[in-house]
Design a protein around this ligand. Sequence first.
Ligand code: CP
Ligand code: NVA
Length: 301
Amino acid sequence: MSPRHFLTLKDLSSDELKRLLSRASELKKIHHEGTLFEPLKNRVLAMIFEKSSTRTRVSFEAGMAQFGGHALFLSSRDTQLGRGEPVEDSARVISSMVDAVMIRTFDHETVETFAKYSSVPVINALTDDYHPCQLLADMQTYQEHRGDIEGKKVIWVGDGNNMCNSYINAAALLNFQLVVACPKGYEPNAELVAEHQDRVTIVHSAQEAAKNADLIVTDVFASMGQEDEQEQRVKDFEGFQVNAELMALANSDALFMHCLPAHRGEEVSAEVIDHPNAVVWDEAENRLHAQKALLEFLLCN
Ligand code: CP
Ligand code: NVA
């Protein structure tokens, strides 16, 4: 039987996602109480990184250690993957030795191919198209601060990137309204938008989108791999900064999230990161708890 993978949020049903989010909060409590809980004793997670990371690496590695298991950091620079060994071959070999594999890479197709040839669960830890692990943490964070997100209005400000595509999937699974405010030419995946047109609206003004918002989210103008476009994007994204004026248009209890790292003064003003309604540090910490819930779901069921 082929293993369960987590390549996009849609690999979970709506009910499974909701259960996983609640479990993440339980695991957070267990961790904060200092209770030893080692459901993955002697299990190994291979972590393949073809792009940089702070939060993803630390949260998966710490999570595996806390669960009594072990995590292996594999950079494409130091493995045969970086020297052209086929993904199919690497998947067969690596998955024969470990219990799960986490991959951060460029093409989404790479994680799909890896998963096809892997005998153990594969987790997408960010591709150019999706960042589902971050959404687990974001949705956990919203729930912990404000309760159920169903029926709420969420505003995505900026690039229609991997995070934005994952927000569309979250809107479909958790039943909230998503308004994407982006410059023309920077819209999210058109097929995904068409598929979920009952949940997603695209506008080209952040001010128009922000009215009555319950949650405002943004991300960098240029993602990893788009460094050459940085200068052009700073010009194209003028008017798409989340700042105190924009926050003031939203509901007074609207939360602010950013997956981090943030570029203060570009997509977000420094004052918003420190705004009383900004929950970016909880959001980052929840990467740990949400991914522990994911590992438990994939490996202990
Ligand atoms: N948010 C996030 O995925 O951060 P890292 O790139 O540091 O892993
Ligand atoms: N959109 C960003 C997210 C970083 C966590 C990127 O892909 O670089």
